[in-house]
Design a protein around this ligand. Structure first.
Ligand code: UDP
Length: 456
């Protein structure tokens, strides 16, 4: 890489697995003296509606049922053409550019023409390709094929029509040392959650969505705790300064058994299904509470569906029986400071008795690896990359049918009631992440690929 820069390019700086992955791997690359940059392409609302459609299709889902015709091709191309000057202002011939996901693959032909080596990394796909997938492939194949290599997170996601010699499978990883995954003792985790306002009755005093003001953390309503700390990426001490926005009819009791799902507000994450199944199939006698957590709905630049999905979740929860509703809490985690957000996610995952991921489709599912790293027992749909992470009955529990409320309820209840089982699964889960899903494995595979591309 002497004299070259390695660029990562995607379409959002925060929110979602790719942003998470890039924020952790960049430090390792720089630490290895590889000149590295991360560029984020901005798009219009129309563009992101279109790319979200493509995202759903690649998952084998219909999405908004919109077209992928000449008008959409024109929109896609012109949105990326508008971004070209700012990308080409940085990239020079000989550089290596890794483009992430369908939003930015349209840059591949131009970057190649400029003399860069281009790798495209596709993080999404379907277990079995269907007609929806093929519509998206057809739309993107010319751009995709122009990359020097294509990376997929799973072998099952590799597209038909690509030159297999240029295709590599590299599953993502988590960073053990980031604020998201660093060690926190139980007291620290509880303090972080308390300081964020998670245990306070919803609809409380003004300023719950508070911002840090000149006089201190206004939104925290006097709950600021100087010991609610985490270690920032630069090694300095971070403190929780912004409040979680909690929706629910009652406070989350700190001592209650806790079940959590943390995801973007995307219909494929099926938050509403989790709430419904929890209410139906986890008996009230267990006394468990459910937290559905995600970023502030308007905070993820390339996800135009989040506000509507979040609103639909509110409607679904409002229709639950009152007793169940009092045990379901929706938490919007502050995005003002991304490391603080990560620390709250970390604390929440560590504080949970069971972590669930009831997705209807899933590229990889970093949230699963994160929970497993923290020794948490997981219950997740047997779908996408989740299947590569959880060995059923050994490192977590897989649910074959995402619509099977009873299986979901039983798995969660068994884990809440059988602490030995939970601990055994959690310990094995942690070991599995150590062996398979940490940054050194990922970076090693990636650098081998870069070497292959540069010496081809
Ligand atoms: N996440 C986060 N803050 C939030 C909600 C989610 O940092 O408020 C992170 C989560 O911890 C994980 C990533 O977003 O690292 C989601 O990645 P995943 O692969 O699970 O799903 P994706 O969003 O890519 O579909």
């Amino acid at each position: 890489m002497e004299g070259r820069t390695l660029f990562h390019v995607n379409s959002t700086a925060t929110g979602g697995g790719v942003a998470e992955l890039l924020s952790s791997v960049l430090g390792y690359l720089l630490g290895a003296n590889i000149q590295s940059r991360w560029l984020v392409v901005e798009g219009t609302e129309d563009f992101f509606v279109l790319t979200k459609r493509i995202h759903h299709l690649l998952h084998g889902k219909e999405g908004d049922a919109g077209d992928l015709g000449p008008a959409e091709a024109q929109l896609y191309t012109s949105a990326l053409t508008a971004e070209l000057p700012s990308v080409s202002a940085h990239v020079k011939p000989g550089d290596v550019v890794i483009l992430h996901d369908p939003q930015v693959v349209g840059l591949a032909p131009h970057l190649r023409e400029m003399g860069a080596s281009v790798i495209w990394n596709c993080h999404v796909g379907a277990d079995v390709a269907n007609g929806e997938c093929r519509r998206a492939w057809e739309f993107l194949l010319p751009a995709t094929s122009s990359a020097h290599a294509q990376v997929f997170s799973r072998a099952q996601y590799v597209w038909e029509g690509l030159n297999r010699e240029k295709v590599v499978v590299i599953p993502p990883c988590i960073d053990a040392f980031s604020p998201k995954n660093q060690a926190l003792d139980p007291d620290q985790a509880r303090r972080i959650l308390a300081a964020s306002g998670l245990f306070v009755t919803p609809g409380g005093p003004e300023g719950r969505e508070g911002r840090e003001g000149p006089g201190g953390p206004e939104g925290l309503d006097g709950r600021s705790d100087e010991k609610a700390t985490f270690t920032r990426i630069d090694g300095s001490v971070g403190k929780v300064r912004h409040a979680v926005r909690v929706l629910g009819t009652s406070a989350l009791p700190p001592e209650a058994p806790l079940v959590t799902q943390i995801s973007r507000w995307d219909p494929l994450k099926d938050h509403a299904g989790v709430a419904k199944f929890f209410a139906e199939a986890v008996p009230p006698e267990v006394g468990a509470h459910l937290v559905l957590a995600g970023p502030s709905p308007d905070a993820v630049a390339d996800d135009p569906e989040s506000v509507a999905t979040f609103d639909e979740l509110g409607t679904c929860i409002a229709s639950l029986p009152e007793e169940a509703r009092s045990r379901v809490h929706v938490a919007c985690l502050p995005m003002d400071d991304i490391e603080e957000n990560a620390a709250i996610v970390n604390a929440l995952q560590r504080y949970s008795d069971v972590v669930v991921q009831k997705s209807l489709a899933e590229g990889f599912g970093l949230t699963v690896a994160e929970a497993m790293w923290k020794g948490r027992p997981t219950v997740a749909t047997s779908i996408g990359g989740i299947q590569d992470q959880i060995s059923h009955g050994l490192t977590g529990v897989l649910i074959d049918d995402p619509e099977d409320s009873r299986a979901f309820g039983k798995a969660v209840t068994d884990l809440l009631c059988d602490r030995d089982l939970s601990n055994d699964l959690g310990r094995a889960a942690h070991r599995s992440v150590v062996d398979n899903f940490l940054a050194p494995r990922y970076l090693g595979q990636y650098l081998e690929l870069v070497e292959t591309v540069l010496t081809a």
